[in-house]
Design a protein around this ligand. Structure first.
Ligand code: MLC
Ligand code: AMP
Length: 480
C-alpha cells in the first residue's frame, strides 16, 4: 500500500516516454524519474533514514525535487516540503517541530550524488494509515501545524481525481504551480503520474511560457491568479486555449466575473474545485455536466460533507445530509481527510467532531442539488495569489516595531492576487520600512502590500478589533 508503488504501477510500459517537458526543450523520461527515485531512496537508506523518518526539502522547483519526493516515499520516509520563500527563522520552526533526519536544499546536486549510491530495489512496505507527508499549514488558528497525510489519504484522492477529471495517457498537463503545497505536489502531479502522461514543466507561472506551453497541453491547473493573469494578456485567445480540454482552478475563490470573462474569451468554462492541505481535494465541479460560476461543485466520491451551523466550529450539527443545512461551517469526513496535526493531539481533537468530521473553517451551504457554495471563512485567514497568510503571524511581527501600538492585518480585494494583505496600524511609522522589515522576517508573500496608519482601531464591546469594518473601509485600497 505504499503510494510509490501505486504511482509507479501506472508509469507507461515504455519508460522512454517523457514525464517532464522542460522549457529548454529537453525532456526527462519516466525511466529517468524511476531511476532517480530509486537512487534517492538508496541514498536515504544509506544515510540511515528509516521508515517514518522525516525528510525536509526547501528549494526551487525542479524535476529532481520530484525524484527526491518519490524516493522518500519509496524508502517509507515522510516528505516535508517547505516553501522556498520561507525565511531562515520560519524554517527553524519547522525543523524544530518536525525534526527531519535529512534536510535537502540543492536537489540537483543531491540527486547527482545519489546516483553514486546503489538504487533501492524493493519499496518499503507501508500501511494505508502510515504517514507519507507532512504539510505545514496555519489551519484555522494558531501556529503553523503539520497536517499528517497518509499513503492511503493521498492514494485515494489521487485515484478519485484521476477518474473525476478523465485523465488518460494522451493528456499533457501544464504544470506551472509551486510544488511545496498540495495543489502542485499532490493534485497536479499525481494526476499526471497516474496517467503516465507528460507534463509541460514550468519553474513558475510566467505568461509567455504558459502561453507557449498551452500549445502542447490538454489540461491546465492553477490558482485564480493564473487565470486573471492569462486574461490580462491579449495573446491568450480562443485559438491558444482550443487544445486544452480542461482548465482546472482552485486554492482560492474564483470570482464569477473571471469565470464569465474566461468563457467569453475562450468558449470554455473553468472547472473549479475546492481543497485544503488537510484533505487535498474535497469537492469538484463535473467534467461532464454543468460547471456553475461561484459553486465549487459536488463532494468527491467517498467524501461526506455537511454544514455545521452558524459559525460554531466546535459543534457538530449531527446532520449528515448535505441538503438544506443553511449556511455554516463546512465539515468533512472521508478517505483523504488527514489523521491530525503532527504532535498536537489537543489541537487535533478541537478540529474534529466527536463523530470524526473535520471542521474546515470554511463557511458555505449546499443547495438542493447537492452542490457546495463557499461564501466565506470562519477562520482569520487571507488567501493571496493562492498562498495562505495567517494575519496573527504578521501582526506579531508588526507589533514589535517602533511606533506601533497595535496592528490589524486584513485581506482586501486585489485584482491580481484575489486578496491583498493590508496592515492597519495604530501608531506611526514609515510604510516602506515596515514592509521591508516584514519581508525580512517573513516569507515575502506574507508581507503587507500596503500599510495604513490610524489613530484608533474600531472595536466591539469586548474590545476586539472589528476586522469586518476595516475590510469595508479599505475595500477599494488596491483599485487606484
Ligand atoms: C509572490 N509574491 C506574492 C505572492 N507570490 N505576494 C503575495 N501573494 C502571492 N501569492 C511576492 C513575491 O515574493 C514578489 O516579491 C512579489 O510578491 C511580486 O511577485 P510576482 O512576480 O507578482 O509574483 P510571482 O512570483 O509571479 O508569483 C505569483 C503567483 C504565485 C500567483 C504566480 O504566488 C503562485 O504560483 N501562487 C500559487 C500558490 C499555490 O500553489 N497555492 C496552493 C496552496 S494548496 P519580490 O521579492 O520578488 O519582489 C491549497 C489547497 C488547494 O491552497 O485547494 O489547492
Ligand atoms: P491551504 O491551507 O493552503 O490548504 O488552503 C485551504 C483553503 O483554501 C481552504 O480552507 C479554503 O479556504 C481555500 N480554498 C481552496 N479552494 C477554494 C475554492 N475553490 N474556493 C474558495 N476557497 C478555496
Amino acid at each position: 500500500m505504499n503510494l510509490y508503488d501505486l504511482l509507479a504501477s501506472r508509469f507507461p510500459a515504455d519508460r522512454s516516454k517523457p514525464c517532464f517537458l522542460l522549457s529548454d526543450g529537453r525532456a526527462i523520461s519516466y525511466g529517468e524519474l524511476e531511476a532517480g527515485a530509486a537512487h534517492a531512496a538508496g541514498r536515504l537508506v544509506a544515510q540511515g533514514v528509516q521508515p517514518g523518518d522525516r525528510v525536509a526539502l526547501q528549494a526551487e522547483k525542479s524535476a529532481e525535487v520530484i525524484m527526491i519526493y518519490l524516493g522518500v516515499l519509496k524508502a517509507g520516509a515522510v516528505f516535508l516540503p517547505l516553501n522556498s520563500a520561507y525565511t531562515a527563522s520560519e524554517v527553524d520552526y519547522f525543523r524544530g517541530d518536525a525534526e527531519p533526519k535529512v534536510f535537502v536544499t540543492d536537489p540537483p546536486a543531491w540527486v547527482a550524488e545519489a546516483a553514486g549510491h546503489a538504487p533501492l530495489e524493493a519499496t518499503a512496505p507501508r500501511a494505508a494509515g502510515d504517514l507519507a507527508s507532512l504539510i505545514y499549514t496555519s489551519g484555522t488558528t494558531g501556529r503553523s501545524k503539520g497536517a499528517m497525510l497518509s499513503h492511503g489519504n493521498l492514494a485515494e484522492n489521487a485515484l478519485a481525481l484521476h477518474a473525476a477529471w478523465g485523465f488518460t495517457p494522451d493528456d499533457v498537463l501544464l504544470h506551472a504551480l509551486p510544488i511545496f503545497h498540495v495543489h502542485g505536489l499532490f493534485v497536479a502531479l499525481h494526476c499526471a503520474l497516474l496517467s503516465g502522461c507528460p507534463m509541460v514543466w514550468l519553474p513558475k507561472f510566467a505568461d509567455a511560457e504558459v502561453l507557449a506551453g498551452l500549445d502542447r497541453a490538454t489540461v491546465m491547473m492553477g490558482v485564480p491568479t493564473f487565470y486573471t493573469r492569462l486574461l490580462a494578456n491579449p495573446g491568450f485567445t480562443r485559438e491558444v486555449a482550443a487544445g486544452v480540454r480542461a482548465f482546472i482552478c482552485g486554492s482560492a475563490p474564483l470570482l464569477p466575473s473571471t469565470f464569465a470573462e474566461f468563457e467569453a474569451r475562450t468558449g470554455q468554462r473553468i472547472l473549479e474545485r475546492y481543497g485544503m492541505s488537510e484533505a487535498v481535494i474535497i469537492t469538484s465541479n463535473p467534467l461532464d455536466g454543468e460547471r456553475i460560476a461561484g459553486s465549487v461543485g459536488y463532494p468527491l466520491p467517498g467524501v461526506e460533507l455537511r454544514i455545521g451551523g452558524e459559525e460554531t466550529p466546535s459543534i457538530a450539527s449531527g446532520d449528515t445530509s448535505p441538503d438544506g443545512g443553511g449556511t455554516g461551517v463546512i465539515q468533512i469526513r472521508g478517505p483523504s481527510v488527514f489523521s491530525g496535526y503532527w504532535r498536537m493531539p489537543e489541537k487535533t481533537a478541537e478540529e474534529f467532531t466527536a463523530d470524526g468530521f473535520f471542521i474546515t473553517g470554511d463557511v458555505g451551504r449546499c443547495d438542493s442539488d447537492g452542490r457546495v457554495w463557499i461564501s466565506g471563512r470562519a477562520k482569520d485567514l487571507i488567501i493571496s495569489g493562492g498562498y495562505n497568510v495567517y494575519p496573527k503571524e504578521v501582526e506579531l511581527v508588526l507589533d514589535e516595531l517602533p511606533g506601533v501600538v497595535e496592528s490589524a492585518v486584513i485581506g482586501v480585494p486585489h485584482r491580481d492576487l484575489g486578496e491583498g494583505v493590508v496592515a492597519v496600524v495604530m501608531g506611526q511609522g514609515d510604510e516602506a520600512a515596515m514592509i521591508a522589515e516584514a519581508r525580512r522576517q517573513l516569507a515575502a508573500y506574507k508581507a503587507p502590500k500596503r500599510v495604513v496608519f490610524v489613530d484608533e482601531l474600531p472595536r466591539n464591546a469586548m474590545g476586539k478589533v472589528q476586522k469586518n469594518l476595516l475590510r469595508q473601509r479599505y475595500e477599494r485600497l488596491f483599485e487606484s
